[in-house]
Design a protein around this ligand. Sequence first.
Ligand code: ADP
Ligand code: MG
Ligand code: ZN
Length: 607
Amino acid sequence: MMKLTAKHILYGFLILFFIATLYSAISDSFQESKELALSELVGKVNAGEVEEIVVESSTLGIKLRDGSRFTSKKEEGSSLSDTLINYGVPSAQLSTFKHTEKDPSGLSFWAGALLPTIISLAFIIGFIWFMSRQVQRSSIQSMSFGQTRARMISPDSEGNRVTFKDVAGVDEAKEELREIVEFLKHPKKFLDIGARIPRGVLLMGAPGTGKTLLAKAVAGEAGVPFFQLSGSEFVEMFVGVGASRVRDLFKVAKKASPAIIFIDEVDAIGRHRGAGMGGGHDEREQTLNQILVEMDGFDTSDQVIVMAATNRPDILDPALLRPGRFDRRVVVDLPDIKQREAILMIHSKSKPLAKDVRLKGIAERTPGFSGADLENLVNEAAILAARAGKREINELDILKSIDKVILGPERKGYVINKEEKKITAYHEAGHALVAASLPNADPVHKVSVISRGRALGYTLKLPSFDRHLYSRAHFLDEIAVALGGYAAENFIFGDMTTGASDDLRKASSIARNIVQRYGMSKTLGPITFGEDNQLVFLGKEIGAEKNYSELTAQKIDQEVSAIMKSALAKAQKILRDRKSKLEEIARILIEKETIERDEFARIVGTA
Ligand code: ADP
Ligand code: MG
Ligand code: ZN
């Protein structure tokens, strides 16, 4: 907490001064009417120009018949009529104007006297209250260039407080994080027994699985301030700025302790040092070093816990993972079917669902969806329902949105000519029929020739359960399915189109992975070749040596090509054997454009 500084007091005085000036200006304008001498007033009364005189103790408010206003003073202790008669006004003239007495001790008198004081007092109290609320925040926000830009969520901001209740699924992660909450809430319990409070917690998991949400929930549960900053915000091209931000961030957090510092997407700074491409990596190293220095510099009484999130734990600098740094690692998994249902429940709570909606059924149809995907799904369904002018979201809205979330929006207005539609229909029918004929391929959910995103048509397949292991047989069947479209075009039209290029790329990459990553090749055996090839994106592997010989490279290529050829042969055989089915599917697609799961199963006879 900060104390009121001289600067704040100065501001206070300035505002007071302003209020005082304003007040005197306003009250002046009320008294703008001119003062008349009593003798002048007598003249006007005699001339019959006066319409009304208001008496308030010894002050007279005068209103003339032409509308102008004046003030005057009468003698203390005698009434208005006496005063006027003393000045020689004939008593008959007294009835030519209205005469009002105002009681000076009345409510309006007190209000007039006290109101300005009350208002300025309220201003001052309000101002002090406002400042004291701002002090803590401004101590962070007023730091400008080179200082921390963290956003802080303070524990008493009711509006965006997140707790474990808002996070569904991820039960193991929550269990581990409960311990961190305990540390933050009752540090003494742990210190007394000599336990070292963990300094760093690394949340690892696919994008959208709720890592950021979990970190906020830990702060919410423990009721401590939460400083959030993303890795890429550190990485700005000013030398030294990243490091000084880290220093300031830790300084502020220590003052506010117990507290949580959350570095989102830490891989942006924490990747292997020396692995960066181009400029900016010196900067990143300095930033990373500063984080490590700060974490090493914690002593046991600093109750600041650093949490970080990444979806690429494999590329993190090993120095970050040493004991005393991010030594707690929490895996945040994609949700399984039960957890998906729970997540759907959370995000549909504030939305009116029709009675026909079975969230369990939706969860069944969304394997591989992350929490963020599911939130997006419910939102898309709500938009769909609202656009149709409905008051409730029904199941069809949600089912339609599943396709949209997976494949992008439909492009109904996109016209394809008859010839292209026919080719697309056979292409998709090829995928679908091969998938339906192979035991280890994922089942077909939907076939369509309505274009979505970049594709002219699509065959939507979803695993029938949550897959964690993939077998060689499954991969081989998937390659055959991917080549099904290509094979069908070739079989029916004797030609090939560019429509199959995405399929070919997908099939080749599965085949390469079978050989190089999973060691599933019979001839080359249980060996991996090359590092995880995703690293190339981040520059580490560029210019790095291959860890296999040219001869092996040749063998790999041969093996990949053999896998592709045998998969193509498999697809071709299926299409030849079941040509009538292929034609039936294509015909229905041309006519109706979309075939759903149940109808498709009836056609190919798997229902
Ligand atoms: P990450 O940081 O892992 O990429 P986020 O925490 O940013 O994911 O999640 C994005 C959004 O998805 C959250 O704000 C939340 O609405 C939703 N979400 C993700 N996972 C869950 C979950 N397990 N339970 C509830 N909502 C979730
Ligand atoms: Mg995130
Ligand atoms: Zn295709």
